[in-house]
Each structure stands twice: as C-alpha cells, then as structure tokens.
Design a protein. Structure first.
Length: 108
C-alpha cells in the first residue's frame, strides 16, 4: 500500500530507524505535522528497541555465543524489513510483533 506522506513524515520514519534515540528524535520531528506515516514507524521502532532490550537481557543469560548470533540476526532482519518499508513509502508491519507495537504505543 503506497502512502502519500509529507516530507517531514518520511524524514521521521527514516530517523526513527537510527540508533536507540532515533524514535525519540523522530517523535519531536513529527510533533508539528503529526504525519500518520511517521507515527507508524515511530511506534514500530519504539517496539523494536523495547524488544531488543527485553530479548537481549534474556539471551545474555544463555552461555552460548550462537544464541547471541541468532538474536542479532533476528533483530537485524526485523530492522531491515521495517527500514525498507520506510524508504519505499509503504506501511510494513514488523512480522509477528507489528500489531502489538501499534496497539501498545498508540495514542489514547
């Protein structure tokens, strides 16, 4: 599904993917225009950062380096999938967790 988004919305969506502070910075960019596309990817990446910390803490308890490699690959694939959607102006829910992130971080 293609999206007709403003310049700030796409910028917020792309910045939301940068490091752990990206969603916070993107949120401030999206405050004025309140673009739905930018807000979608801000919620997706807030969830992805939270997932990284929660699963990372669990994987850290496993004394196996291959668990770390699998975790890193899993998070990287989810991030690339989301980032490719932001670049191509498409709404792409992160597989498995996307709907949860949208509901969890939605404004009430």
């Amino acid at each position: 599904m293609k999206n007709q988004t403003g310049k700030d919305g796409k910028l917020a969506a792309i910045i939301a993917h940068l490091t752990f502070l990206g969603p916070v910075i993107a949120w401030f960019i999206n405050l004025d225009e309140k673009d739905a596309f930018g807000a979608f990817y801000i919620r997706q990446n807030l969830g992805l950062v939270a997932l990284f910390f929660v699963l990372g803490a669990l994987v850290a308890m496993i004394p196996n380096e291959f668990a770390f490699y699998g975790f890193s690959l899993f998070i990287s694939v989810l991030w690339l999938y989301s980032f490719s959607g932001a670049i191509s102006n498409q709404y792409r829910l992160i597989p498995i967790f996307g709907n949860l992130f949208q509901k969890l971080f939605a404004r009430r």
